[in-house]
Ligand binder design. Structure first.
Ligand code: UT7
Length: 338
């Protein structure tokens, strides 16, 4: 049973696009800012460089999401005013009010399209895509943009204390346009969305002295900065990544070989290699681009999709499995028939 469920409308990914801030921070740049080395970073993560928004001059997630959405619309050959809904998956909202997505809709000229921000940390794009699919099935939304964007480089510390997070994260925005189609074979074949809030202390951003996790000393200087227990997230991810892929495939009746691309959150090269080894699919089915961009949180999955698309590797009729895992902790999948 690998066909699209009957009675549902077909939904197609008709455009893919991205935007990266201009400034690049290489591992060698980081060597001059903290006690680290290019060799350590490459060995532990696979990262060589990451892009960094010019937040000192006001470049926020909105300024990355706008060109990302414009590039995605251009790829789809669709005008902004055709959009019915824009979902911005991000944990880097400019302000808690207004939702950043509202200004995004205004800036691209999408009229009064619905807009909301979606907070799902590194799972944001995968979860938001599943949500968009459900809304399109049940509501009056024919053309929907889902953009993932984040700018964590402004909430990590570029010093020895904060180095585990500082080396990991990069800034970017990327996304897709989803559109209803008469072809019912296209759309979601399977999905999963999970959380375990008891593991929240793996990744969090304290705002008051009451927010610190047990064992973390409350420290005013850390307000607004990312706190990460990398090793505990790493252990959880190595176990969970393959599990969630396998259970999604099983429920959808799709074999690992039938999937053309595993489009995975770029958290760490070692987590991805371990998942691939356990499930046993070939290396060419999982593009890894963490070397160029680092971990770009909600932008990470659509950035992989975009790199595959630009290389001409995304084709009609393929099956793709998108996979996320991150803060919350959250983990999930979105399995598509293109
Ligand atoms: O997107 C989802 C969210 N995040 C993740 O998925 C993160 C998953 N975790 C990871 O990728 C890894 O935990 C890191 C790459 C972040 C860190 O690697 P690790 O092997 O788990 O390092 P660690 O934090 O356990 O630290 C091991 C050692 C420590 O030194 P000692 O105490 O053993 O002497 C750290 O101080 O490595 C040291 N260290 C560094 N050394 C050089 C930590 N960061 C660095 C660094 N450069 N940047």
């Amino acid at each position: 049973m690998s066909g699209h469920p009957e009675g549902r409308c077909g939904i197609e990914i008709v455009g893919i696009g991205s935007f990266l801030p201009e400034r690049v921070l290489t591992n060698h740049d980081l060597e001059s800012m903290m006690d680290t080395s290019h060799e350590w970073i490459v060995k532990r993560t696979g990262i060589h460089q990451r892009h960094k928004a010019d937040w000192e001059n006001g470049e926020t997630v909105l300024h990355l999401a706008k060109p990302a959405l414009e590039n995605t619309l251009a790829d789809a050959g669709i005008e902004a005013k055709e959009l019915d809904l824009v979902i911005l998956a991000t944990m880097s909202q400019e302000m808690s009010c207004p939702p950043t997505a509202c200004r995004l809709v205004d800036m691209v000229g999408a009229g009064n399209a619905g807009a909301f921000d979606f907070s799902g940390a590194c799972c944001g794009f995968v979860f938001a895509t599943n949500v968009a699919y459900g809304l399109m099935q049940t509501g009056p939304y024919n053309t929907v943009a889902v953009i993932g964007g984040d700018t964590l480089t402004d909430i990590v510390e570029y010093n020895t204390r904060g180095r585990a997070a500082a080396i990991l994260f990069g800034d970017a925005a990327a996304g897709v346009i989803l559109k209803k189609t008469d072809d019912q074979s296209k759309g979601l074949l399977g999905q999963a969305m999970h959380s375990d809030g008891s593991r929240w202390a793996g990744l969090y951003i304290p705002n008051t002295k009451f927010d610190f996790a047990p064992g973390d000393e409350p420290d005013e200087e850390q307000f607004g900065l990312l706190q990460m227990n990398g090793a505990s997230v790493f252990r959880f991810a190595v176990e969970t990544f393959p599990q969630v892929i396998e259970s999604t495939l099983e429920k959808a009746g799709v074999s690992p070989d039938e999937v053309d691309h595993y489009v995975c959150h770029q958290s760490n090269q070692r987590i991805l290699s371990a998942a691939r080894d356990r499930i046993g699919f070939s290396e060419d089915k999982m593009l890894v681009n963490i070397d160029k961009y680092g971990n770009t949180v909600a932008a990470s999955v659509p950035l992989v999709l975009n790199d595959l698309h630009k290389a001409g590797k995304i084709k009609r009729g393929q099956k793709i499995m998108m996979v996320g895992l991150g803060g919350g902790l959250t983990w999930g999948t979105s399995l598509w028939q293109l």
